[in-house]
Design a protein. Structure first.
Length: 532
């Protein structure tokens, strides 16, 4: 039985997915919330937000992500980073999931991934949970009603949290699985209610498909100057580095907060919404993001709230530090209407340095930018992955290794070509610790970070004095209006400078050890920019 606005071009039955109970096609936000409440998946909060918890899984499960090893992708997948699944095992997983789904109700959302129609992917998302339909309706881009009449998916995602995989039968690591089959154009997600798996699966797809078209897929946020899309900036970074916060600058137009492409025509958002961390979120520091937590349809994920007043507690991390809210992009007043920008004028690499060594901002040459892009140094922050309870210094190449199906050099080379062609300025921004490592120092003041970014984007930094950092070789401003000069020299913020020197030496060694894997594949100028 089908309910809701039915896709006349192709239904699940046409895809061989038969025997289900009620299938709800392309329900709008009110209907999805009605269904979610009726099914006791969550409750309505203040302002009409939807409050939900995700059980044992409050972050991604990257070790349970698999790519099906078929001849068409055998030679192009970065297998050291992507666990393989054999085609026969995937077929068994698919058949067993469909058998499990028989007679149960499901929710279908037909959506676009990509604001640029020339490069977008048409994605069908089939979810067991009504609120997952609401979430992905926010996070991807919604076709016009008339476009649904001819919608035919390029890829289909089936998300079934109540199904448990069998590692022996399905060729996976555990009873949780995310399996991508490029040949069958299917993604299967099982035994996790964490909604972020839906959006990151789409990102992984685009990370594989777009480079063949000369489009650089980027794990970044983006904004542009008001009235001037040519003045576009992109902010690379993993979760917890500040992509959402720093791109939501009220003085600029927000293109998007997480995933973008860089084509021959400029920058475009993959998504239609934002997925913001809410721990310690405040109305004073981030008023627009804070305001979304009381807007109709915003999904509030894994936040503690008062059972009577439904008031959210932004400091209680007893469920997870990875508490989040998901909302449509137009809930931000300065958001772009079309999700498009120009070629980036500034490329910012965000890192969260738990060692307290790196300066709050540094100017990079193109070769240094490629070095730091391939290194992808940051610290995994608590909650973004299962088991992470305190910041862990790590190297995640391209600032998004968990979502990269191809080898890092493929993305690095493409980004290097685009930076060179369009003359972008490059910056490394540390939003991590200062005055000491994690546990001793303190988090970089957001006010200072914003001031430094504004100075970079408006050209103020072009007129200031720079020094060469003795550890990393890049240039660091000596004095910037509105920023404590001491903060610009990390060593001077430590009470024990000898301890800083030891930490810096340790970090430089980590950079050198990590980068050795890329040396055979990179150009001489990038090798010369290497640290250590």
């Amino acid at each position: 039985m089908t309910i809701g606005r039915v896709n006349l071009a192709q239904k699940l039955d046409d895809q061989g997915i038969t025997g289900l109970g009620n299938v709800h096609y392309n329900l709008t936000e009110p209907a999805l919330m009605e269904a979610a409440v009726a099914r006791q998946e969550g409750k309505i909060g203040q302002g009409g937000a939807f409050l939900v918890t995700t059980g044992a899984f409050t972050g991604r499960s990257p070790k349970d992500k698999h790519v099906v090893r078929t001849p068409s992708v055998e030679d192009t997948i970065w297998w050291e980073n992507n666990a393989a699944m054999e085609p026969e095992a995937f077929d068994r997983l698919y058949d067993d999931m469909l058998a499990h789904m028989k007679g149960r109700d499901y929710f279908v959302q037909d959506l676009y991934a990509g604001a640029d129609a020339q490069h977008r992917l048409d994605v069908r998302v089939v979810t067991e949970l009504a609120w997952h339909g609401l979430f992905i309706r926010h996070l991807l881009r919604r076709p016009a009603r008339e476009e649904l009449e001819s919608f035919a998916p390029d890829f289909t995602i089936i998300n079934c949290p109540s199904f448990k995989a069998d590692p022996a039968r399905h060729g996976c690591r555990s009873d949780t699985v995310i399996a991508l089959n490029f040949d069958r154009k299917l993604i299967l997600i099982a035994n996790t209610e964490y909604a972020g798996e839906n959006k990151k699966s789409v990102f992984t797809l685009l990370n594989y498909l777009l480079p063949e078209k000369g489009v650089m897929p980027m794990h970044c946020s983006a904004n542009h100057a008001v009235g001037n899309p040519v003045d576009t900036a992109v902010f690379f970074g993993l979760s917890g580095t500040g992509k959402t916060t720093l791109s939501a600058d009220p003085a600029r137009v927000l293109i998007g907060d997480d995933e973008h492409g860089w084509s021959d025509r400029g920058t475009f958002n993959f998504e239609g919404g934002c997925y913001a961390k809410t721990i310690s979120l405040s109305a004073e520091a981030e008023p627009e993001i804070y305001a979304t937590t009381k807007k109709f349809g915003t999904v509030i994920e894994n936040m503690v709230f008062d059972p009577e007043t439904l008031e959210l507690d932004f400091e209680d991390a007893s469920l997870t530090q990875n508490m989040r809210c998901a909302y449509p992009l137009d809930y931000i007043s300065n958001a772009s209407k079309d999700g498009l920008g120009g070629h980036p004028k500034n490329v910012i690499l965000l890192t969260c340095d738990a060692y307290g060594v790196l300066p709050p901002i540094a100017r990079l040459t193109p070769a240094q930018a490629m070095y730091h892009f391939l290194s992808g140094f940051t610290s995994k922050t608590p909650g973004t992955e299962r088991g992470v309870v305190e910041p862990i210094p790590t190297f995640s190449t391209c600032f998004g290794a968990p979502f990269m199906p191809r080898r890092p050099e493929a993305y690095g080379k493409l980004l290097q070509e685009k930076i060179a062609k369009h003359g972008a300025s490059c910056w490394l921004v540390n939003t991590g610790w200062t005055g000491g490592a994690y546990g001793t120092g303190k988090r970089m003041p957001i006010k200072a970070t914003r001031a430094l970014l504004t100075a970079a984007l408006d050209g103020t930094l072009e007129g200031v004095q720079f020094r060469k950092d003795p550890n990393c070789g890049f240039e660091v401003p000596v004095d910037v209006p509105g920023v404590d000069a001491k903060l610009l020299d990390p060593r001077s913020t430590w009470a024990d400078t000898a301890a800083y020197d030891a930490q810096a030496k340790k970090l430089v060694g980590m950079f050198a050890d990590n980068f050795a894997q890329y040396v055979p594949f990179i150009d001489a100028d990038v090798k010369a920019a290497a640290i250590g």
